[in-house]
Design a protein around this ligand. Sequence first.
Ligand SMILES: [Fe+2]
Length: 310
Amino acid sequence: MSAALNDCDEKSPFLLENEGAYQAWRARKLKIRQQLSPDRVFELDQQARLPQSMLEQARVQVDAYNFVLFQSAEEMDKKAFLELNHQFGLYRLDSNLGADQDSVTSLQVVAASDERAQYIPYTNRALNWHTDGYYNPHERRINAFALYCVHQAERGGGNHLFDHEWMYITIRDREPDLLAALMDEGLMRIPANVQGNRVIRPEESGPVFSVQPDSCALNMRYTSRPHNIVWKSDKRSEQALNFVREILMDGEGVIDLRLQQNQGIVCNNILHGRQAFHDKAERPGRLIYRARYYDAIDLADAPDSQVSGG
Ligand SMILES: [Fe+2]
């Protein structure tokens, strides 16, 4: 592990001391963002796989925006959804509270009597800016997730996205002195989730930005929810967090989209949120499959379009 950390120390564009690496990485990212549209939808083939001929384009799309939109010709089941994610190098699933047995979460409105109804994702309420699993311990850091829309809501239910690397660039370009506060291990503390006498999740703390030791990728943990979170309260931390809020409110760099039936997104753990929505009583309600991963997207060795048993 220490060797990997040293590797990242030397070459990561996300460390202030590596200014040359940062400028080169930033220039490439800006260039490809100018050339590509974030709302391109990649059409899957009849086996619900990304055609081999599109892998390179998907890879550049991820470099530019940290997400790829896709559309299947027919409804995908959860197995096909997971196999598609394998093409993006996503294998190590996180099984969060509320996930189905296969570790895929079926996001839909649940009955008030259901234990999950206390969590906003299982209601029709809006979800404010966050990254997924920000409360997870270090060894279960979420680096990517995927969504697939089985049914969209009658009204609402759109998502807003913000590339976490774009957030890093905005801060480093405008207020680089605030980055140290955002990388401070003690910045974010999430008190334990205790219900009755049972500890559902122990207390967790950590930074907003970190460099992942295995991939050297940038990870972001964030929530704009004021509840169940304690931020470090010194002046520098407050300035840094206010700046993040300002950037998100400013709107530049925010991408709005509304997944249609049979559309999905594979992304690194970018900032995102969800609009409130309304389901009609007489038809299936909004249903989104979600899979969270410890891996970051890696299209370098994407398997070909043959269906694998994995
Ligand atoms: Fe989320």
